[in-house]
Design a protein around this ligand. Structure first.
Ligand code: PLP
Ligand code: 3DJ
Length: 394
């Protein structure tokens, strides 16, 4: 059983702040500064170029992939890390399109814009198109016209959770390759990519994995497809023998062929330290506690703030690890909340979004969030021109 008092002590959160935005940027794990300082001072500073071998820098992308793998139900050797999620998604989609003669990608209208932009471009470049339907309509839209199904398991706005197992099985029965974006799943709820039979999965590590701003993305390729991929971005570090400097490209074994160029070692050192929390935390316990905290938040907000409408599925099993409410004045409401030490975020056009992250959040923060939100709403504290000034990053 996970001891959540112990996991919370592993994070360095500002005193007096209720942080419900770990679904966008996870907080600093206490072990990170020393690990990064060691990478800077000892490895870079003293070992210099030798650190690629002696400090294991070159193996880091695959080693971190192996640390993330158990959280997404992937066997060892099937996940690697690097670049950004947008890039890893581009690579996975390009690979998936080579597995079909139907250059049509199906996704849903709620998917993250970056995913849709990339899918649209990749499909058009392959002579096909991206089709989108409402999230609830995905199963019915799967047909033999579709070549690739690309979905984000948890909707970034509403928290709606797709049924990965059922959709992947149905896709497979129609010969459709699958690419799952686990940005809002990895570290938030149990995922079983291998059990579901997914072909590819991608995700980021700066949300529920707490790797820090700009932390590397991860990519999973199923063992039966990995060795057949002709990478769209055949960088030298995805070569079977990078330091042979051969004139022609020969892909590395399985998923390692998704590596591109030099790994961001300092960022990877931060992620490496942040992942230590999973040595003492069980994702099944995290999910159970996330659901309890979510119920508490929903019940409290609905009782105290009748003007806010629940924008997430009410049924916990159909929801990821976030709870969203809608209101036409969601932007200034969130700014007023943030000014009072409760951090969630706003998503256009009208969503107040709260991430539930039991590794470092408990009942006290949920109750503070409810009470502060109630005060902001009751006293119309949001109705201040200062809170309407839009920030560049929301
Ligand atoms: C579902 C989803 N896909 C893609 C991205 C883009 O990731 P990145 O900026 O790391 O490329 C994000 C978040 O930014 C996301 O939430
Ligand atoms: N990646 C981000 C960034 O570089 C700046 C600000 C926010 C983000 C995010 O991750 C947004 C996030 N994907 C979301 O779900 O809204």
């Amino acid at each position: 059983m996970t001891d959540f008092t112990a996991t919370r002590a592993l994070f360095d959160l500002p005193e007096g702040l209720a942080y419900l935005d770990g679904n966008s940027l996870g907080p600093l794990a206490r072990s990170v500064p020393d690990r990064v300082a060691r990478a800077v001072r000892e490895e870079w500073g003293r070992q210099l170029i030798r650190a690629w071998n002696d400090a294991g820098w070159m193996e880091m992308p695959d080693r971190l992939g192996d640390r993330i793998a158990p959280l997404i139900g992937a066997p060892a050797g099937t996940v690697t890390t690097g670049d950004t999620l947008s890039i890893k998604l581009h690579q996975a989609l390009s690979a998936a399109l080579t597995m079909t003669d139907r250059p049509v990608i199906l996704s849903d209208t709620g998917n993250f814009p970056s995913d849709l932009y990339i899918a649209d471009a990749v499909a058009r470049q392959a002579g096909g198109e991206l089709r989108t339907v409402a999230p609830e309509a995905v199963a019915a839209a799967l047909s033999e016209e579709i070549g690739v199904l690309m979905l984000t398991e948890v909707d970034y706005r509403t928290g709606r959770l797709h049924d990965m197992v059922a959709l992947t099985a149905r896709a497979k029965s129609l010969g459709i390759a699958t690419v799952w974006d686990l940005a809002h799943s990895a570290g938030a709820l149990p995922v079983d990519v291998a059990g579901a039979g997914a072909d590819f999965a991608v995700g980021c590590s700066y949300k529920y994995l707490n790797g820090g701003p700009g932390a590397p993305a991860f990519v999973y390729a199923a063992p039966d497809v990995a060795g057949r991929i002709d990478p769209s971005m055949p960088g030298w570090l995805g070569h079977a023998a990078p330091f042979a400097f051969e004139p022609g490209y020969r892909p590395a074994r399985d998923v390692a062929r998704f590596r591109v160029g030099t790994p961001p070692v300092l960022q990877m050192a931060a992620l490496d330290a942040a992942l230590d929390v999973w040595d003492v935390a069980d994702i099944v316990d995290v999910r159970a506690r996330s659901l309890d905290l979510s119920e508490r938040l929903i019940a409290g907000v609905e009782a105290a703030c009748p003007d806010l409408a629940l924008a997430s599925p009410r049924d916990g099993s159909a929801r990821g690890s976030q709870v969203s409410f809608s209101h036409p004045e969601a932007y200034p409401i969130m700014q007023a909340l943030i000014a009072r030490g409760v951090i969630g975020d706003f998503r256009a056009p009208d969503i107040l979004r709260f991430g539930l992250t039991p590794l470092y959040l408990g009942e006290a923060e949920i109750d503070t969030c409810i009470a502060t939100l109630a005060e902001v709403m009751d006293r119309r504290l949001w109705d201040d021109p200062a809170y309407r000034q839009r920030q560049a990053v929301t």
